[in-house]
Write a protein that binds this ligand. Structure first.
Ligand code: 2IT
Length: 446
């Protein structure tokens, strides 16, 4: 395989799809060496097949807003790869959603899902619908209109969507209600991230953030470090940031910064149960601002226009959006003494940021390993739905611990450097790739 040739072909076919091309390049550069030791992969053109989604559905979503105005958005579902199971991955509602973003997310999801050890293929979907400032009734009407198009393409054995940015328990509720009405099928396992009364798994809301911190714990243990007493900067205040802040606090870390698109809240005394609960209110308010956190809690200070990465910290946890931490941010963090960065958002760091961290020799782990606890727990939700039972919180947490430990092991196995340190990017990419590649090879040219 020649990475530059494959990338040139892909750029020609998908000009300007920068996030998608960025995600593919990162994986190909990591796996090149291993791939070239497997002529059978080359012969079956595994990479050329793997970088293109199996199919993409694009559809118009028309709905009526509270003023009675007709609104039209675009909806998508990218069914990326089904070699190891039904398509699985979230739906993102955000004004910047486009095919490039969903293809990058679907590509990443394929390897992430492989890392979970569960039988799930990769998919992603969403819409350029902007939830900011929308009423509950508008969100419901949009979700219902979205599902009138999507329902024929999903199902418990074919494609199982979940939440992502802009899609939480409320949206999954509206989507699931409409799915059942249209399909006249009442299996609980067509969407995950459901409410506890209608097939949801205990711990799914917390799972992405909790799993991320379990992964960070393993990474720190291996390097002889600890979360206890560490200063932690977090971007975002959605479901994922909330889970990460909750578990980081429980493990003895101090979450000293929290940021939103409007700026950063300095929080020198760390989190309290009241502050953590308020993060959920902020998200539910649909205003997409973090400033009210500092109005509510006088020991916090809001600094407008600044990122969480301007705050001196030991551990940086990007929990918001792709490319939210760039090369300059990485340099600033290093200058301030940061010794660990774990991507909790998908592709949270730019390639420049990753190189800056890796060149400095600090601990760095990529989103597809760190945040895999979210989709893994979706997989556990699917299992419970298919068995028509629910597990206790302790059972789900045990399984999540086991899965995150496994993912860490896989990264260590494939990412060991000659000096004994771990390249988690390479480790995660190779481990995920090997599983999907082997599954594709064994199932023939399709
Ligand atoms: O990026 C992700 O892994 C998710 N948004 C969760 C996907 C899922 O199916 O639970």
């Amino acid at each position: 395989m020649e990475v530059n040739k494959i990338m040139a072909d892909l750029e020609r076919k998908h000009p300007g799809e920068n996030e998608y091309l960025q995600a593919v390049r990162e994986v190909l550069e990591s796996i090149e060496e291993v791939y070239n030791q497997h002529p059978e992969y080359e012969k079956a053109k595994i990479v050329e097949r793997m970088v293109e989604p199996d199919r993409i559905f694009t559809f118009r979503v028309t709905w009526v807003d509270d003023q009675g105005e007709v609104q039209t958005n675009l909806g998508y579902r990218v069914q990326f790869n089904s070699a190891i199971g039904p398509y699985k991955g979230g739906l993102r509602f955000h004004k910047a959603v486009n095919p490039s973003m969903l293809k990058f997310l679907g590509f990443e999801q394929t390897f992430k899902n492989a890392l979970t050890t569960l039988p799930m293929g990769g998919g992603k979907g969403g819409s350029d619908f902007d939830p900011v400032g929308k009423s509950n009734a508008e969100i419901m009407r949009f979700c219902q209109a979205f599902m009138t198009e999507l329902w024929q393409n999903i199902g418990v054995d074919t494609d199982v969507p979940a939440g992502d940015v802009g899609v939480g328990g409320r949206e999954i509720g509206f989507l699931n209600g409409m799915y059942q009405k249209l399909a006249r099928k009442y299996h609980t396992g067509v969407l995950t991230g459901k409410g506890m009364a209608w097939g949801g798994s205990i711990l799914r809301p917390e799972a992405t953030g909790f799993g991320a911190l379990y992964f960070v714990e393993h990474m720190l243990n291996k390097a002889g470090k600890s979360i206890k007493g560490a200063k932690i900067a977090i971007s975002g205040f959605g479901n994922v940031a909330w889970g990460a802040a909750t578990k980081a606090t429980e493990l003895g870390g101090h979450v000293i910064a929290l940021s939103g698109p409007d700026g950063v809240c300095l929080n020198p005394n760390g989190m309290t149960p009241e502050k953590l609960a308020y993060m959920l209110e902020l998200r539910a308010s649909n205003r997409n601002v973090v400033a009210p956190f500092a109005e509510k809690f006088p020991d916090a200070t809001f600094v407008p226009g600044k990122k969480a990465w301007s705050v001196p910290c030991d551990i940086a946890l990007p929990c918001a959006f792709q490319n939210e931490l760039n090369g300059d941010d990485a340099a600033e963090l290093l200058k301030n003494g940061t010794w660990c960065c774990a991507e909790v958002s998908n592709m949270g760091c730019t390639p420049e940021a990753i190189h800056t961290f890796q060149n400095a020799g600090i601990l760095f782990a990529p989103g597809k390993a760190v945040n895999a606890g979210g989709v893994a727990t979706s997989g556990l939700e699917m299992t419970q739905n298919c068995m028509h039972i629910s597990w206790s919180g302790a059972e789900v947490d045990d399984k999540l611990h086991f899965i995150m430990a496994n993912i860490h092991e896989a990264c260590v196995k494939y990412g060991q450097r000659p000096d004994g340190s771990i390249d988690y990017v390479k480790g995660a990419n190779i481990a995920g790739f090997m599983k999907v590649a082997q599954a594709m090879l064994e199932q023939g040219i399709i």
